[in-house]
Design a protein around this ligand. Structure first.
Ligand code: NDP
Length: 236
C-alpha cells in the first residue's frame, strides 16, 4: 500500500463524489471535501466551500492544508445540470452550469497546483461526462462544460507534466445518483437501450477508476479521457 496522501474531492456530500471520498478513506488517505453541505462520509473533513467562489476555494484549500498537510490529489467532481432546449436556454442557466462544472474545476485545479508544484508531484482528476463528447439533447450548457474539462486536463498536462503532475478526465455514462434519478423516465429508458452493457453503473464503479488514476500504477497516464460508460460513448 502506498503512503497516505491528502486528497480533496469536491462535492462529496452525495452521489459519485461521496463514493470517491469513501474509496480514498478506505485506502487510508486523508480526505477532505469542499462542499456546500456538511453531510459527508465518516472520516472526511468537510470544509465549507462553494466552487463558484474563488476566495472560498482558496480559503478552503488553505484550511485543508493546515489540517491535513499538502494536497497531493484533487478530484474535481462538483457538478450541476440545468437542462433545457437550446432555443429556450437562458443566459443564466448556461452561465450557472459553466460556473460550477468548468470554472469551478479550474478554480480548484489552479489552487491545488500551487502545492503540487512545490511537492513536485500531484494527481488531478476531472469528472466530466459521456455527454461532453457524445452530446445530449437539452444539455448544451452541460455538454459544453464537460467538453471543456478535456481542454483543461490537456493544457495542465502540457504545462505541469514535467513536474510530476498528471491531469486526467473521467467520463462517466449513466450512473444511478440523485442527478440521474431526476431525469424523465423516457430519457432513462432511451439511455438504457443505447448502452451496450445494458445496465446503468454504480457510483463505486466510477470511484474505482478515479482511485486508479490517482494511484501509483497510473503515473504515466496524463491528458487521457477514461470512459466509464458501459460502451455508450465509443468513438471518442
Ligand atoms: P449529485 O447531484 O448527486 O452531487 C453533486 C455534488 O456536487 C454534491 O455533493 C453537491 O453538493 C456538489 N455541488 C454542486 N454545486 C456545488 C458548488 N457550487 N460548490 C460545491 N459543491 C457543489 O451529482 P452526481 O454524483 O450524479 O454527479 C457528480 C459528478 O459526476 C458531476 O460533475 C456530474 O456532472 C458527473 N456525472 C454524473 C453522471 C451521473 O450519471 N450521475 C454521469 C456523468 C457525469 P451540495 O449540493 O451539497 O453543495
Amino acid at each position: 500500500m502506498s503512503e497516505p496522501r491528502t486528497v480533496v474531492v469536491t462535492g462529496a456530500t452525495r452521489g459519485i463524489g461521496r463514493a470517491i471520498a469513501e474509496r480514498f478513506v478506505a485506502a487510508g488517505d486523508r480526505v477532505a471535501t469542499l462542499s456546500r453541505g456538511s453531510d459527508v462520509p465518516d472520516g472526511v473533513l468537510a470544509v465549507p466551500g462553494d466552487v463558484t467562489d474563488s476566495a472560498a476555494v482558496d480559503d478552503g484549500f488553505t484550511a485543508i492544508e493546515q489540517e491535513l498537510g499538502p494536497v497531493e490529489v484533487l478530484v474535481a467532481n462538483a457538478g450541476i445540470t440545468r437542462d433545457s432546449l437550446l432555443m429556450r436556454m437562458s443566459d443564466e442557466d448556461f452561465d450557472a452550469v459553466l460556473d460550477v462544472n468548468l470554472v469551478g474545476a479550474f478554480r480548484c485545479a489552479r489552487r491545488a497546483s500551487k502545492g503540487m508544484i512545490r511537492l513536485r508531484r500531484g494527481r488531478i482528476v476531472l469528472i466530466s461526462s459521456v455527454v461532453g463528447l457524445y452530446g445530449g439533447a437539452g444539455q448544451v450548457n452541460y455538454a459544453a462544460s464537460k467538453a471543456g474539462l478535456v481542454g483543461v486536463a490537456r493544457a495542465i498536462t502540457r504545462e505541469l507534466g514535467g513536474r510530476g503532475i498528471t491531469a486526467n478526465v473521467v467520463a462517466p455514462g449513466f450512473i444511478r445518483t440523485a442527478m440521474t434519478d431526476a431525469l424523465p423516465q423516457a430519457q432513462q429508458d432511451a439511455y438504457l437501450a443505447a448502452i451496450p452493457a445494458a445496465r446503468f453503473a454504480t457510483a463505486d464503479e466510477v470511484a474505482g477508476v478515479v482511485q486508479f488514476l490517482a494511484g501509483p500504477d497510473a503515473g504515466y497516464i496524463s491528458g487521457a479521457v477514461i470512459p466509464v460508460d458501459g460502451g455508450l460513448g465509443m468513438g471518442h
